[in-house]
Design a protein around this ligand. Structure first.
Ligand code: S3P
Length: 170
């Protein structure tokens, strides 16, 4: 079995995933990093040079390949589970854990990480976060086995929340 952490940008999927993997002797796989390795360039460069549709295609192929392996904690990208094939592939082999956070917390975290999110390179970032969240939330919720809120919590605390919920399965 795998654990797939998914949800919006800035909810802590990678930070929490790394801790969860280490504490449970599982391999940590960051889907964005796998995509970058496969494409040989950064996500902003893929968006800029090839466009979002090409990125989504690489993302789907990568998600399906990773989902076919076992004993991993997979940190998805914010858009990964919006693709039906990726969502189904991941759901077959993984406990699907949705991480959530308030828009202000998301903004604070993504700004702290610099210019790495092409979808948030806009003037009204909080407005963008809110409208993307409104469009995505129903899909996120439908894909989730469990939902864990991360607002005001550290990655360690969130990893512990998850272990309390599914620790025996790991
Ligand atoms: C995206 C989220 C990013 C990355 C890409 C697109 C999205 O991943 O895959 O910029 O559509 O929400 P993170 O959620 O890890 O930032």
């Amino acid at each position: 079995m795998n654990v797939a952490l998914f949800g919006f940008m800035g909810v802590g999927k990678s930070a929490v995933g790394r801790i969860l993997a280490e504490r449970n002797g599982l391999r940590f796989v960051d889907l964005d990093a796998e995509i970058e390795a496969r494409a040989g360039k950064s996500i902003p460069s893929i968006f800029e040079e090839e466009g979002e549709a090409a990125f989504r295609e690489i993302e789907k192929t990568t998600a399906l390949e990773v989902a076919a392996r076992d004993r991993q904690v997979i940190a998805c990208g914010g858009g990964t589970v919006l693709n039906a094939e990726s969502r189904e592939g991941l759901s077959k082999t993984s406990r699907m854990i949705l991480l959530t956070a308030e828009p202000a917390a998301i903004l604070e975290r993504v700004e702290a990480e610099g210019e790495t999110r092409p979808l948030l390179q806009v003037d009204d970032r909080i407005g963008s976060i809110e409208s993307l969240l409104a469009a995505r939330n129903p899909h996120y919720i439908r894909a989730a086995d469990l939902i864990v809120d991360t607002t005001g919590r550290t990655p360690q605390q969130v990893a512990e929340d998850i272990m309390n919920l599914i620790g025996e399965e790991l």
